[in-house]
Write a protein that binds this ligand. Sequence first.
Ligand code: SF4
Length: 267
Amino acid sequence: MSASIVSNKPIRHVLGISGGKDSAALAIYMRDKVPEMEYFFTDTGAELPEVYDYLDKLEAYLAKPITRLMTNGDFDHLLSKYNNFLPSPNTRWCTREMKIRPFEEWVGIDQVITYVAIRADEDRDGYRSTKANIQPKFPFKVDGIVRSDIERILINAGVGYPKYYEWRSRSGCYFCFFQRKNEWISLAERHPDLFERAKKYEKLNTLTGEQYTWTQGETLEQLVARASDIKAQANSRKIVTRRMPWQELLANLADEEDNESCLICTL
Ligand code: SF4
């Protein structure tokens, strides 16, 4: 690392809250271990209302503000910058622009340790910055904290789980393309205004016949028309899952997290 680009300020300790259970538990876990910790949340402007409620609860427990980092320009502005190409699992400009860039700009040239909420029972790396002045630490991995510990930490602190876990498995933008089909249906039922907004972003190129949709192969309008089938499928998966031996169940959950979640968005 070149000495000329590093600030002489003391090392900063920062912890990103994603709106999910693991990063909330890490914030609680670290509160008294690193009193100088700075908490932040990268706000895409497209978060679920439940996430903001959860941040308020967490701030009350931490007795510190969670700094909200905003993107330079809202999603609509960025969408036009990317020629109206909706982000997708293969072209995740949203994560780069709305999550990583605001964080790295906030950090600047300061030397920073960022605390990342990857659990000991997860087989993934999580976000690692390419910048040499940003170094990650993984306290849950080091201390052997697993999924059942997370529940205990959240409940003991009186913070509990985010409300959206009643119908959605992870935090992130209301239009996140990582959400499952039955979660889109739940979005339509719980937040019809947000579902309508997501629908408006979908486009048909009348010249080529190409569709720009949030989910592969169908529009949200088509998806919601199949709501009862999608719900029935989701319910039958739940029944199968309930009958699985616990080892199989855990492996199943781990696979879902690794393959589908918005990993970098849970900084
Ligand atoms: S939550 Fe989903 S849509 Fe939002 S920035 Fe992350 S990957 Fe993109």
